[in-house]
Design a protein around this ligand. Structure first.
Ligand code: GUN
Length: 299
């Protein structure tokens, strides 16, 4: 029997733990966890994501601040806002929603966020801590952290002897995912568009993580029988079967056929997606604990 992971349910359990941690922190120190989210421009999808992040922060009992800046915001104005948020003692996490409008350069903005408030885990200090195996000192990018919760709930904390293949080498996902798996003792391959015979590489994976952005690319015969398959892709494709002009979301894995071969698999939607926001909340409360000089909880 294949187990289909219910990402909403796992995310809800993380959120419950975050709420409890945030209440405990307030009780013990009087500190209320605070998250600031910055959005520039009017992209509807980005506004939907940011709205969801703000609502979830409130549900966790956090102070939740949203800064909505107009499309024509300058680099200097955005940089000045980040400096103000860095200096605000009531805020423990800062997230600048990406992508920024084309005239803005996101990299210097991300790197100007204090590493201890970088709840996206994108600052080079946080990327460096992860790369050197310091998992308890920095903040880990939310989507790989969420995918890793699934892996650990399936295989336990120690992945010794297991082969993990990550398809995709982005800074936001593929590289940190590979490093998390490595830190848990998996034997890790990071595959990408230049990898030779990708299906054969994937067939070697006990844990296969797909993050390429290509709808249903990973077929059943890429999957080792009994493998754990984590699908990080979110692709919108035409769905004429639902009616003219309709569309649907699919992952990077051909779910129906791969589910016949895998022993554990995540669906899209409802798999990794809900975990990203949950881990953002987790990172924010972790940042608040550290700022208060208390040992941060693990999620
Ligand atoms: N846009 C889409 N996903 C993300 C994310 O995880 N963090 C930020 N900052 N922007 C995003």
């Amino acid at each position: 029997m294949t187990t289909v992971i219910d990402g909403k349910q796992v995310a809800a359990s993380v959120i419950d733990a975050v709420k409890a941690a945030s209440e405990t922190l307030t009780k013990e120190t009087g500190v209320k966890t605070g998250l600031a989210v910055v959005i520039v421009g009017s992209d509807p999808a980005s506004h939907a994501y940011v709205g969801a992040k703000g609502r979830m922060a409130k549900e966790c009992g956090f102070t939740s601040v949203q800064h909505t800046l107009p499309e024509e915001t300058t680099q200097e104005e955005l940089a000045a806002l980040v400096q103000t948020l860095n200096a605000d003692e009531t805020l423990h996490g800062i997230l600048v929603q990406l992508p920024l409008p084309k005239h803005l350069n996101s990299e210097p903005i991300i790197q100007s966020i204090l590493p201890e408030k970088d709840v996206d885990g994108l600052h080079v200090v946080n990327a460096g801590k992860l790369a050197t195996g310091d998992l308890d000192g920095g903040l880990v990018s939310c989507t790989p952290a969420g995918a890793m919760v699934f892996v650990k709930r399936t295989h336990g904390e120690d992945l010794s002897g297991l082969n993990a293949v990550v398809i995709g080498r982005s800074n936001l996902f593929g590289k940190p995912m590979g490093q998390l798996l490595l830190a848990a003792n998996a034997t890790v391959t990071i595959a990408h568009s230049r990898t030779k015979d990708l299906p054969a590489v994937c067939r070697n994976a006990d844990i296969l993580v797909a993050a390429v952005g290509r709808p249903e690319m990973v077929k059943a015969d890429w999957v080792k029988p009994g493998a754990t398959v984590i699908d990080v892709g979110i692709n919108r494709i035409a769905a004429p079967e639902k009616g003219e002009g309709k569309s649907k979301l699919v992952g990077d894995v051909a779910f129906e056929e791969a589910a016949n071969v895998a022993s554990v698999i995540t669906p899209v939607p409802g798999g990794v997606g809900p975990m990203t926001i949950a881990m953002l909340m987790a990172n924010t409360v972790i940042a608040a604990y550290r700022k208060a000089g208390k040992k941060a909880p693990k999620f």
